[in-house]
Design a protein around this ligand. Structure first.
Ligand SMILES: Nc1ncnc2c1ncn2[C@@H]1O[C@H](COP(=O)(O)OP(=O)(O)OP(=O)(O)O)[C@@H](O)[C@H]1O
Length: 403
């Protein structure tokens, strides 16, 4: 379940990578003609299982099964034979802006895994990270025009889907989820990596059980921030973009902390702190930085939780909590360890449902002339990805060598 609109991608950052990005964009139209070179494989640290696509990400099984089968067959054919020699393509999990995500089974071990194509910058980030709350890279197949990665398979669904599907949701549940995200984010920031697209859709549970780890995923926009204020590319998902990004100021990992503040607001209320049908008005309200705690369930939410959100959403990035500070905030420390609290579930799920309906209507309005995107198979996710990019008013800027 998503609460934001389509994201704004950066320009292809470096010449050496542009070929890969272009070939991925052309994925549905042309196959690699090559085959001459051997793939470079690199094994991840763990031989565990994955290939991306969670249970929560699959469309409803009943009437959409033939459609899914068609897609699996279609995409199976498009994988390089050297990949399919090693992995059996089992299901199409989803389609991102630059990639397809499929569930695979390792032919020798029969272990289920997740796989997708990625661009080189995403690969560089995935190679560096190693944390229990960050999706793990298992194996890489690198060809001149295309890169496939095998990842941990997250089958527990997206954060907000879980909030809605539970009959009960308290501040303690929110604090526990956010503590896991903060642990993963702290790891990234310690490595100098800015995620730049933190949002509930990119937070996936490892398995469907109540005790599952929550994982930070989708490093498609992630980059190494070599200095404190060295990034300039305008990218991200509009509702989660920090004011300094919209104002085209140099920015840092603090943009992820802003996005986390928006995620915290959404998880605690089911509504967005900054929201408007018009992108221009949305951006204006973000750069003003004014938001309130109006409507249900906010009167039932503790002041400590509101303080946590407020400390993540100051306009001045230097005044925002860092990941290391946020994980020590009294709300995270005491509430996550506390006992029962007020059930916020009813208001949160009502707010989320009406947000999804609003977004769906908006998306249908803006794309009525187009054929339905595969995302419409996922009833709760109205995003239409690339279609949105064309309508974004922002200029895209280059990031120098750092992005
Ligand atoms: N490791 C994984 N395990 C399970 N599902 C995954 C995994 N990685 C991605 N997915 C799912 O696959 C789908 C496509 O993901 P991907 O990250 O390629 O694109 P996206 O984030 O949906 O779109 P965009 O590229 O615009 O951000 C999503 O539904 C996502 O939840």
């Amino acid at each position: 379940m998503g609460c934001g609109s389509g994201k704004l991608p950066p320009e292809a950052p470096e010449k050496g990578y542009a070929g890969v990005v272009r070939s991925l964009a052309a994925f549905g139209r042309a196959r690699d003609g090559g085959g001459e070179d051997e793939p470079k494989k690199s094994a991840g640290k763990r031989g565990g299982s994955w290939f991306s696509t969670g249970g929560g990400s699959l469309p409803p099984a009943s009437n959409s099964r033939p459609l899914i089968q068609d897609k699996v067959t279609k995409y199976r054919d498009k994988f390089d034979p050297r990949v399919t020699a090693r992995y059996d393509i089992r299901a199409l999990i989803g389609r991102g802006s630059f990639s397809r995500v499929v569930r695979v089974e390792h032919r020798a071990t029969r272990q289920p895994r997740g796989g997708r194509e990625v661009c080189a910058s995403e690969l560089a980030v995935l190679r560096r990270v190693s944390h229990s709350h960050v999706i793990r890279l298992i194996e890489v197949f690198q060809f001149p025009r295309r890169v496939y990665v095998v990842l941990e398979l997250a089958t527990g669904g997206e954060l907000l889907d879980r909030v809605v599907s539970r009959g009960h949701f308290t501040e303690r549940d929110a604090a526990r989820a956010l503590r896991m995200v903060l642990a993963g984010l702290g790891h990234l920031h310690d490595l100098g990596i800015a995620h730049r697209d933190l949002k509930p859709e990119n937070l996936l549970y490892y398995h469907p059980g109540a005790d599952s780890r929550l994982l930070v995923t989708d490093f498609g926009l992630a980059t190494f921030a070599d200095g404190t204020w060295c990034l300039t590319t305008t990218c991200g998902t509009p509702e989660y973009m920090a004011p300094e990004v919209l104002l085209r100021k140099p920015y840092s990992c603090a943009v992820d902390m802003w996005a986390l503040g928006v995620v915290a607001y959404v998880v605690l209320s089911g509504s967005m702190p900054f929201e408007d049908d018009s992108r221009t008005r949305l951006y204006r309200s973000i750069v003003r930085g004014k938001f309130g705690f109006r409507g249900d369930p906010w009167p039932s939410v503790s002041n400590l939780a509101k303080d946590f959100v407020q400390r993540l959403l100051p306009l001045d990035p230097g005044a925002r909590l860092t990941a290391a500070q946020a994980i020590r905030h009294p709300w995270v420390v005491t509430v996550a360890a506390g006992s029962s609290m007020k059930n916020l579930h009813r208001s949160i799920s009502q707010n989320l449902r009406s947000a999804v309906v609003r977004l769906h209507i908006e998306t249908e309005r803006s794309s009525s002339a187009r054929s339905p995107a595969p995302w419409f198979l996922r009833l709760m996710d109205p995003r239409s990805h690339l279609d949105h990019y064309e309508s974004l008013p922002c200029q895209r800027t280059r990031d120098g060598s750092s992005s």
